[in-house]
Design a protein around this ligand. Sequence first.
Ligand code: DX5
Ligand code: ZN
Length: 233
Amino acid sequence: MHHQLQKKTTKKLLSNMKKLIAPSLLSADFLHLSKDVEMINGSNADWFHLDIMDGVFVPNISFGIPVVKAVKSLAKKPLDVHLMIVEPDRYFEAFRDAGADIITFHYEASTHIHRSIQKIKSLGMKAGVVLNPHSPVALIEDILCESDLVLLMSVNPGFGGQKFIERTFDKIVKLRSMIEVQKLDTLIEVDGGVSVNNAKQLFDAGADVLVAGNAVFKSDNPVKTIDILKGVL
Ligand code: DX5
Ligand code: ZN
């Protein structure tokens, strides 16, 4: 009886787990961005992932507020804005005005994370903290209950097309158990080196949202690749 009950609960937990795909526009065709936005609109992808890099926090510069605004004008799905910038708080409002639905900012770039999360939420958006590969998940234990999501970097931030860092699996499992212990519904998002070869394993380990740049945009059939990543094909 007890065993059966336990089995049922596990099944329920698993079915409650989301399997969301957020294609990263960093790997899109910037000359024909509308084409790629329409592709995502018409696919089974769940969010648009937009990587904002300032050339200071990370050694690369990507795109900024006007591009987010342009994408918003065509996008039919939430915009997940990943800030790889120093002093992220200075820009929350501007990205909200540009159309961000979700903002994530780096633990490593922030001093007052509780305050930053409150600020994002008070602007009407979902808020998440990002951890670089070297930052252990224990660092965010006391801010987990305030976070709508946690983004685990599975590459060093700054560039698309890098190799997945295997150690991330361990972090997902640890973070999942922290979330369960605290009885929260915080989402776990994984970003960097996600492909059709590791997507299922990542969801099985406890990830809810997978970001994919190169895997989607460099594939021959992006719509189909999104389905494979999502596990519906
Ligand atoms: C890396 C960015 C990622 C990047 C992922 O700094 O945060 O979102 O676009 O690209 P892939 O999926 O190609 O590793
Ligand atoms: Zn990203």
